[in-house]
Design a protein. Structure first.
Length: 449
């Protein structure tokens, strides 16, 4: 369960998206990631506390339907589907971007298209050993980050035979907050993209043999590891090279993590890191296409999506749901034909989607605490006031997204999608949506047993 959450939250947002965050906040991006870790911890603990009490199928989507009403449940589920679809596209953009490390002239859309075909093939014909493969790929990703941090700290404080110790001069040579205090707020709009996946603990709880023990241990491990990995990794990046270089040219043409090893004269290590983050992004794209396909397939049985999506092939693959969940891939291929700034556009849309999902999770938690009181097995420290603080932080970040010139338009596009979902719900879906009470009744029986 820990590896599922880490595998989703520890990935392209850190390896590639951190370049955009550095461009906004400079070395103060370390503060951004520290604040982001705190907000992510609030979300994970709130979702975990509810999951311990009600380890229901559908996780936080079912929680929203139960504690905030059917409309909230509908919006949460569809918003999360849209998030997985867009993340799949963004991860393929990352894969194509990493390929430029070896083939700088390769058009972005070519890399996206080639690996998109691979992903679609894998999801259409084989899902065997999916969890095991994702576990090992996530493990590779975690090992890569740990190795980067250890080697980076050695270079910063002790140096290598071929490279003297760097020290921390790069952190302050142009000021720790070169773009002013407001850059920390604006940087949060980019940083929070990195924490997407922290909510998966809630979804996986329904399949755990011992939800209480699993959620408690996985929640704590995920929170502390994410905070440590993000803050230390960004400290290493900021200490080893000037922040303006780590930010690149603004087109996210290379990962800051790869650039660090190239900058200190270890090109072989840079190539290895680039290969690892490429595989990690491909793994995440595959996982999100899989998740989006299964989610939209299940929604068709709940009256929240067209019934035609229930059909499967002779091999048992929900082909129509798969086709619908590839819409994000089609979008990024089209965008790649007209602009090189595809990743930032997709990151803006995804951030808007996931912020709304997180706000609904915390809103569900506040209603849950009002009706159930505190859980004795696993709880969010501070309870309702902490959740309210988390919501205020997410709203402030939402405002930062709409205040950023580069993220404003994609953010408004995501808001238009919510307006579309609202119209669809009240015009077509409302009368078909059932209650989430059955799932809660089953959970109460299971936990009492």
């Amino acid at each position: 369960m820990t590896m599922i959450a880490l595998g989703s939250a520890l990935g392209t947002g850190l390896f590639l998206g951190s370049g955009a965050a550095i461009g906004v906040a400079g070395p103060a991006v370390i503060i951004c990631y520290a604040i982001g870790s705190l907000i992510a911890a609030i979300i994970a603990c709130a979702a975990g506390e509810m999951a311990v009490k009600y380890p229901v199928r559908g996780g936080f989507g079912t929680m929203a339907g139960r504690f905030l009403g059917p409309f909230a449940g509908f919006i949460t589920r569809w918003a999360y589907w849209a998030t997985t679809v867009c993340v799949a596209g963004a991860e393929l953009v990352a894969v194509a971007t990493y390929l430029k490390f070896w083939w700088p002239e390769l058009p972005l859309w070519v890399g996206i298209l080639v690996f998109a075909l691979v992903i679609v093939f894998l999801n259409a014909y084989s899902v065997k050993s999916f969890g095991l493969v994702e576990f090992f790929l996530s493990g590779i990703k975690v090992i890569a980050v740990v190795a980067f941090i250890v080697i980076g700290l050695i270079i910063v404080f002790f140096g290598l035979p071929s490279h003297p110790a760097e020290g921390t001069r790069h952190l302050t040579e142009n000021g720790f907050i070169p773009n002013g205090p407001s850059s920390i707020w604006l940087g949060m709009a980019v940083v929070m993209f990195s924490f997407g996946g922290i909510e998966l603990i809630s979804i996986s709880a329904a399949e755990a043999k011992d939800p209480v023990r699993s959620v408690r241990s996985a929640g704590k491990a995920t929170i502390w590891r994410l905070a440590t990995f993000y803050v230390l990794a960004l400290f290493v990046v900021m200490a080893l090279m000037p922040w303006s270089a780590a930010a690149g040219t603004g087109d996210l043409s290379s990962s800051p993590f790869v650039m660090v090893f190239s900058e200190v004269g270890i090109p072989a290590a840079a190539a290895v890191i680039n290969f690892i983050v490429l595989i990690a992004a491909l793994s995440a794209a595959n996982a999100n296409v899989y998740a989006g396909t299964r989610l939209i397939h299940s929604l068709s049985y709940q009256g929240m999506a067209p019934r035609a999506l229930q059909r499967t092939t002779k091999l048992g693959s929900p082909a129509r749901s798969l086709a619908m969940s590839c819409v994000g891939i089609l979008v990024v291929i089209v965008l790649a034909l007209v602009t090189e700034n595809v990743f930032l556009i997709m990151m803006s849309v995804i951030t808007t989607f996931i912020l709304v999902v997180w706000i609904l999770i915390l809103g569900s938690y506040i209603s849950y605490r009002r009706k159930n009181g505190a859980s004795s097995e696993f709880r969010l420290l501070g309870g309702t006031p902490t959740a309210v603080l988390g919501i205020l932080g997410l709203v402030a970040i939402f405002a930062a997204v709409l205040s950023s010139p580069d993220m404003r338009l994609p953010g408004f596009v995501a808001l238009c999608f919510y307006a579309f979902l609202t119209a669809v719900y009240y015009l077509f879906v409302r009368r078909f949506v059932g209650s989430d009470m059955d799932a809660f009744d089953e959970a109460e029986v299971a936990t009492s047993v």
